[in-house]
Design a protein around this ligand. Structure first.
Ligand code: PRP
Ligand code: URA
Length: 220
């Protein structure tokens, strides 16, 4: 089941719900956390990539000549995991889109100010064909929205239309959705659920804790 409200697509699938519960449970090990995140990522990515353009080619099946569709060879597809936690989705995204470019975006959230701090990206200074470039940003958590906005800006600065950019996350907070949509109203958010709110230190409630730490077993 899907619900779409103004560029917010919430995918409500039983497999996804089950695996979200695995992620939320504080007793889930990092290994099982990563497995559950990958299963959810598959469902989200299949839905998020429904805007990739196709082209028609002539092929021969074992029986006849036929016309068939392939992903448009003139389209540039970029997968952009936001470090660290977005890496949990990256392998799944490359499996689904094997010819995509993968551009890692290094951002962390300052614990006091909650503002994003940029530490890495390897994007080019300009793109040959921004109108034909399709970007899939991957980050499990949309909390205040600061990291999402900073990451999206890297791509709009390269003249990629907002409508070609999609933000894929496991859990989103109403505050983050509002912030992202107030800055980039045409960027579509694809998420597994919208939680209640942020707590006073910017964590999503009920949430799953720190996604990066839980993915990489760095909870102390
Ligand atoms: C987490 C998460 C997002 C960000 C969301 O990353 O993966 O990138 O916080 O918060 P925001 O919406 O308030 O910006 P974090 O800064 O913890 O870095 P990490 O993935 O390296 O742990
Ligand atoms: N980042 C996380 O990893 N978890 C939250 O709840 C908020 C931001």
């Amino acid at each position: 089941m899907k619900s779409l409200v103004e560029n917010l697509l919430v995918i409500n699938h039983p497999v996804l719900q089950h695996n979200l519960t695995v992620l939320r449970n504080k007793n889930t090990s990092s290994e099982l956390f990563r497995n559950a995140a990958r299963r959810i990522a598959q469902i989200l990515l299949i839905n998020a990539t429904d805007n990739i353009p196709l082209e028609t080619v002539n092929i021969e099946t074992p029986l006849v000549q036929s016309k068939a569709n392939i992903i448009d060879t003139k389209a540039e597809v970029i997968i952009a995991p936001i470090l660290r936690a977005g890496l949990a989705f990256s392998g799944v995204a490359s499996d689904i889109l094997p010819t995509a470019r993968v551009h890692h975006v290094g951002l962390y959230r300052d614990e006091t100010t909650l503002k994003p701090v940029s530490y890495y990206n390897n994007l080019p200074d300009e793109l040959n064909n921004p109108d034909r470039t399709f970007v899939y940003l991957l980050d499990p958590m949309l909390a205040t929205g600061g990291s999402a906005v900073a990451a999206i800006k890297l791509f709009t600065d390269l003249n990629i239309p907002q409508g070609n950019i999609r933000f894929i996350c496991l859990i989103s907070a109403p505050e983050g959705i509002k912030k992202l949509q107030s800055v980039f109203s045409e960027v579509k958010i694809i998420t597994a659920c919208v939680d209640e709110k942020l707590n006073n230190i910017g964590y999503i409630l009920p949430g799953l804790g720190d996604a990066g730490d839980r993915t990489f077993n760095t909870v102390y």
